[in-house]
Design a binder for this molecule. Structure first.
Ligand SMILES: [Zn+2]
Length: 344
């Protein structure tokens, strides 16, 4: 079964359906969760975005609520499974930011804590999914701590985190930590080929553009990302040849999601730095930019390169958090810095 949700990044340009079905690469993960002789009261599923943590948490939630699980799977037939399928299970709560990209409010945590103090309506467990856990402010995390440590009744918390390092140690220490890594490239490409009519090479390119995440690569199929990529790569070449100015390109790229641009420029800065140190041509990323990066690497002043990389990472975080920024000025600032990497 599926439910419609909005994605929390630029991929949220369209409605996607998040299934609670496990992905092929999650068999081992599932065994380590469902196969436990005794369930913990809090789990923290953490790993890169697009590794399938939400689907895993949903699958686990249904399993924990099911009244007659069989062979370490929810039965799909009992009243709890039917309520879950209809998204009306009264003992399942989801704690999320009220507004995308914002923090989880203390008021939301307090309302949740009051709810889980009540008796389970179905007479079984209560399950709370918190996503993303790093959206909890210090205040809201503190408001949740006592419930995490001593959950009321048989409540089980499933926290999902895409940015583990942002979580308070007090939250981490109260949960069973379950890392959810991305699948291997071979597994991802095989899965993508099953989901599309693309060739193996096209799947590899898509996967690279999605930073190795097969789920994000699948979403990229919905936009003409290969055409956007070509436009951006051409623009960067023109920028270095002084054929386009930063302000021209910022204008031309106005409709491209800034998150996508920052992803690519962060990757390119890293590749330039890596090549500058190693001179290993296999480390130049996708072929479309390889020649450019190889040309820039020996010429870019190291201090400037490091400074640019810091700036990119800092502003990428701001973009991901939807900080109030003027997109045109931000993009122009990025391109001015980028152009300076290749001194005239
Ligand atoms: Zn069931």
């Amino acid at each position: 079964m599926c439910k419609k949700v909005w994605m929390c990044t630029w991929l949220k340009l369209w409605t996607v359906r998040v299934s609670n079905n496990l992905y092929p690469w999650q068999a081992g993960l599932w065994q380590s969760l469902a196969g436990r002789s005794q369930q913990a009261h809090a789990y923290l599923l953490h790993g890169p975005a697009g590794s399938g943590k939400r689907a895993l948490a949903e699958h686990f939630a249904q399993f924990l609520l099911c009244k007659a699980p069989q062979s370490e799977q929810a039965c799909g037939q009992c009243s709890a499974c039917k309520l879950y399928a209809a998204d009306t299970h009264p003992d399942l709560a989801r704690l999320e930011p009220e507004e995308e990209g914002k923090g989880i409010l203390i008021a939301s945590v307090r309302a949740l804590v009051a709810k889980i103090l009540q008796t389970s309506q179905q007479g079984g467990r209560k399950v709370v999914i918190v996503e993303p856990a790093e959206a909890m402010t210090t205040g809201s995390a503190n408001a949740l701590l006592k419930s995490l440590e001593e959950p009321a009744g048989s409540t089980i918390f499933l926290l999902i985190s895409h940015q583990f390092s942002f979580l308070l140690p007090t939250i981490k220490s109260r949960c069973v930590l379950q890392v959810c890594p991305l699948p291997s490239e071979a597994e991802s490409v095989q899965w993508l080929q099953q989901q599309s009519e693309l060739s193996e090479e096209q799947c590899r390119t898509l996967l690279a553009l999605a930073s190795g995440s097969p789920l994000n690569a699948q979403k990229l199929l919905h936009v003409d990302v290969l055409a956007i990529r070509e436009q951006v790569v051409t623009g960067v070449k023109q920028l270095f040849k002084q054929q386009s100015s930063p302000s021209d390109l910022a204008l031309a790229w106005a409709k491209i999601p800034p998150e996508l641009l920052f992803d690519w420029f962060c990757q390119w800065a890293q590749l330039i730095l890596r090549y500058k140190i190693s001179e290993d041509e296999s480390q130049l990323g996708l072929p479309d930019m390889g020649v450019v990066l190889k040309h820039v690497a020996p010429r870019a002043p190291l201090a400037l390169l490091l400074e640019t990389q810091d700036w990119l990472l800092e502003h990428r975080q701001k973009v991901l958090r939807r900080a109030p920024l003027r997109a045109d000025l931000l993009l122009e600032g990025l391109l001015v810095r980028w152009q300076a990497l290749l001194p005239r």
